[in-house]
Structures are given as structure tokens and as C-alpha cells.
Design a protein around this ligand. Structure first.
Ligand code: KIV
Length: 273
């Protein structure tokens, strides 16, 4: 494992996303939901920050992503944008903000762009949300698609297991991916699908694919920050690599603080006025 930070300080744009794919340069994306962590993640050199609706899980403690509201996503995304200098900031459109009608979808995407300063939105789904995505792109808003395990559909799927295992579902994913490229999406998240399928789809597209649990053949990778830093300690799917055990470190540090306070060892003479 390296501690690589990039020397390229130029702002990442949706255009540069495409150029990175053309150059064969892998895209590193991570989620963030607040100002302080966004600053650190940006400084470390990620190319893109996703203000994911996974905030519902890791920030708010809900069992699914469904409850998070547009206002809450706007609060998270605006906080992240204030901490970022280089990375492209993409904000998830939460459940219910796209599906009702194309008119409402555009109005909700416009709110995200105006009120957060994010540079793109991400939308789950394929042919079912085609018209909404077309209208949002026509309004000048870059859209990242999201296929495979789309957590907003958990009640239809019934589990967070691997998607596109059947020939029919794999073929729909291929068709949806091509359609999303054709209508103008600048990138596509592929979540928890077989590595071979993700690699095949990635090769068939000119827009970059960003994988999570989709193997190494995608054009980039995304992970949820709390998962990869070991803060979300109960979550350890096969695809997750833990880059730190911050959860354990936080418990240890806070435990030491509690002991010091109880023992009247904190603050000491140097730590007071
Ligand atoms: O909400 C999220 O964090 C996501 C990623 C898992 C891709 O959609």
C-alpha cells in the first residue's frame, strides 16, 4: 500500500474525467459528507468526492438510504464543497427526488447545484429514469449514472447481494449502460456486479466507469470513507479493503481521555491559563 498524493493540482472536471479514461489513468473516488473530512480527502489526492446518500447509513444510522432528504443531502454537499479545492464533487440525488416526474427531477437537481456548489449529480437506475436524466442533462447539469446494486431499490431487491448474475439482468445492465452514455452521462458507477461483466461494460463505453465491488476492470474505484477507514466497524464485505482502523484508534483515544479526566491528569499545568 502506498501513501500516494497527486502532484497534479488542477481542478478535476467532468471533461478531465473523460480524458483520464482516454489516457488509461484510473480514477480514485471516495465518499465524504462533511467539511473537515472533505479537506483531508481532497488533500490526499482523490480525483472525485461523492456526497453519497450512504450518509443515511454512516452519518445518520438508518438501515437503508431511503430516509435521507434532499435538504439533508444539500447540507452535506455544501459542507463538503467548502472543504474541497481539487476534487470533482458529485452529489447523490436521494430516493424520491428523481422518480416522481421529470419536472420535479430537474427542479431538485437545480437545487443541488445552486445551493451546494457541487459539480454533478448521481442518479440510480437505467431505462426507468431515462427521461428524468435527459431533462437534467438538458438543463446543463452533469449526471453520473449508477447501475447494478442500486441501494435505493433495496425493497425490490430484498438483499444487498451481488446483482446481474442472471443473463437477463446482465443484458439489461449492458443496455442501460450504453443508453446512459448515449443520453450524455459523463460517468457511471457499477456497484456489486461480477468483475467480468464490469470489465466488459467498461471496455464497451467511452465514459469512465467507477466500480465498487465490481473488480479491477472498471476505470476507477469508489469506497465509502467510513468503511475503508474502519470507522464503520461492523461492515466487512469481501470487496472492502480497510486502509486504517480508525474506529479502534478513536475508541482508544477517547478511553485515554476519559481515564485522564477521571484521574485529574487532564488538564495539567501546561494546559491551563
Ligand atoms: O451513496 C453512496 O455512497 C454510493 C456509493 C456506494 C457508490 O452510492
Amino acid at each position: 500500500m502506498s501513501t500516494n498524493t497527486t502532484d497534479d493540482k488542477r481542478k478535476v472536471t467532468t471533461l478531465r474525467f473523460k480524458q483520464m479514461k482516454e489516457r488509461g489513468e484510473k480514477i480514485a473516488m471516495l465518499t465524504a459528507y462533511d467539511f473537515s473530512i472533505a479537506q483531508l480527502v481532497d488533500e490526499a489526492g482523490v480525483d472525485a468526492i461523492l456526497v453519497g446518500d450512504s450518509a443515511a447509513n454512516v452519518m445518520a444510522g438508518y438501515p437503508s438510504t431511503l430516509p435521507i432528504t434532499l435538504d439533508q443531502m444539500i447540507y452535506h454537499a455544501a459542507s463538503v464543497v467548502r472543504g474541497v479545492k481539487r476534487a470533482l464533487v458529485v452529489c447523490d440525488m436521494p430516493f424520491g427526488t428523481v422518480q416522481v416526474s421529470p419536472k420535479e427531477a430537474v427542479a431538485n437537481a437545480v437545487r443541488i447545484m445552486k445551493e451546494t456548489g457541487a459539480e454533478a449529480v448521481k442518479i440510480e437506475g437505467g431505462s426507468e429514469v431515462r427521461e428524468c436524466i435527459e431533462r437534467i442533462i438538458a438543463a446543463g447539469i452533469p449526471v453520473m449514472g449508477h447501475l447494478g446494486l442500486t441501494p435505493q431499490s433495496i425493497n425490490q431487491f430484498g438483499s444487498y447481494g451481488l446483482r446481474a448474475k442472471s443473463d437477463a439482468e446482465a443484458q439489461k445492465l449492458r443496455d442501460d449502460a450504453m443508453m446512459l452514455q448515449e443520453i450524455g452521462c459523463f460517468g457511471l458507477v457499477l456497484e456489486k456486479i461480477p468483475a467480468g461483466l464490469a470489465s466488459e461494460v467498461s471496455k464497451s463505453l467511452s465514459i469512465p466507469t467507477i466500480g465498487i465491488g465490481a473488480g479491477s476492470g472498471t476505470d476507477g474505484q469508489v469506497l465509502v470513507m467510513q468503511d475503508m477507514l474502519g470507522i464503520n466497524r461492523g461492515f466487512s464485505p469481501k470487496f472492502l479493503r480497510r486502509y486504517a482502523d480508525l474506529g479502534d484508534r478513536i475508541v482508544e483515544a477517547v478511553g485515554n481521555y476519559v481515564s485522564d479526566v477521571k484521574a485529574v491528569d487532564f488538564p495539567n499545568a501546561d494546559e491551563q491559563y
